[in-house]
Design a binder for this molecule. Structure first.
Ligand code: IMP
Length: 203
């Protein structure tokens, strides 16, 4: 059985204000106070892991050890089976230092030339780490397919080329509330909450 979170405050191990806001929103119903790793001045470890799980765990562990509080980290990306899973854990890096996602999406399109399999998934791994080294990790997925050229100006990253299963709009065109209800992060968070954020009144 997963270890339950019994405290009142945790660190969200990200220096990205957008991710911090999204995770704080997901935690709100559980009345858990949130501090960002950036605000606490915690270091940002290098993502040297070979999987989403390994990278989420190393970020969460580093923040829990440095702060003495339980810490939550996420690692996510776009997985394209016809590209052997790329860009995968390198999703942010494909946009290079300028965070140029038009370039990253063009790279995906170029590498898919001549391939008919357009399936893709967004994957997210959320890890909760305690200062004693214990971790709990949960993987979430949103399945769909890729379209070119990119469509829509909402969302971020690879959203304009991803159409979720059963839909016709890209994540970049979709109402953000709808995207957040079906996203890979929401899927992972639902599993984490069910296992670790069980409230006394729920048992
Ligand atoms: P991380 O910060 O190392 O986890 O990098 C995640 C990267 O994956 C982001 O920079 C995006 O490129 C991509 N990504 C993850 N989730 C999404 C999403 O919901 N929409 C679009 N791109 C995403």
């Amino acid at each position: 059985m997963a270890r339950r979170f019994a405290g009142e405050r945790l660190v969200v191990a990200t220096h990205n204000p957008g991710k911090l806001a999204e995770i704080a929103e997901l935690l709100r119903p559980f009345e858990i106070g949130v501090a960002g790793a950036g605000v606490l001045g915690l270091p940002e470890p290098e993502e040297t892991g070979a999987s989403f799980e390994a990278n989420a765990e190393l970020k969460a562990r580093a923040a829990a050890q440095a702060s003495g509080l339980p810490a939550l980290a996420d690692d996510s990306g776009l997985v394209v089976p016809a590209l052997d899973g790329a860009p995968g854990i390198h999703s942010a890096r494909w946009a290079r230092a300028g965070r140029d996602f038009a370039r990253a999406m063009a790279e995906v399109e170029a590498r898919l030339a001549g391939k008919s399999d357009r399936r893709a998934s967004f994957v997210a791994c959320l890890t909760l780490a305690w200062p004693d080294g214990h971790v709990e990790s949960f993987r979430g997925e949103a399945r769909g397919h890729l379209v070119f050229p990119p469509r829509g100006t909402r969302g971020f990253g690879y959203d304009p080329i991803f159409v979720p299963e059963g839909g016709s709009e890209t994540f970049g065109e979709m109402d953000p509330a709808r995207k957040h209800a079906i996203s890979h992060r929401a899927d992972a968070f639902g599993k984490l909450a069910a296992a670790c954020f069980v409230r006394e009144t729920d048992t």
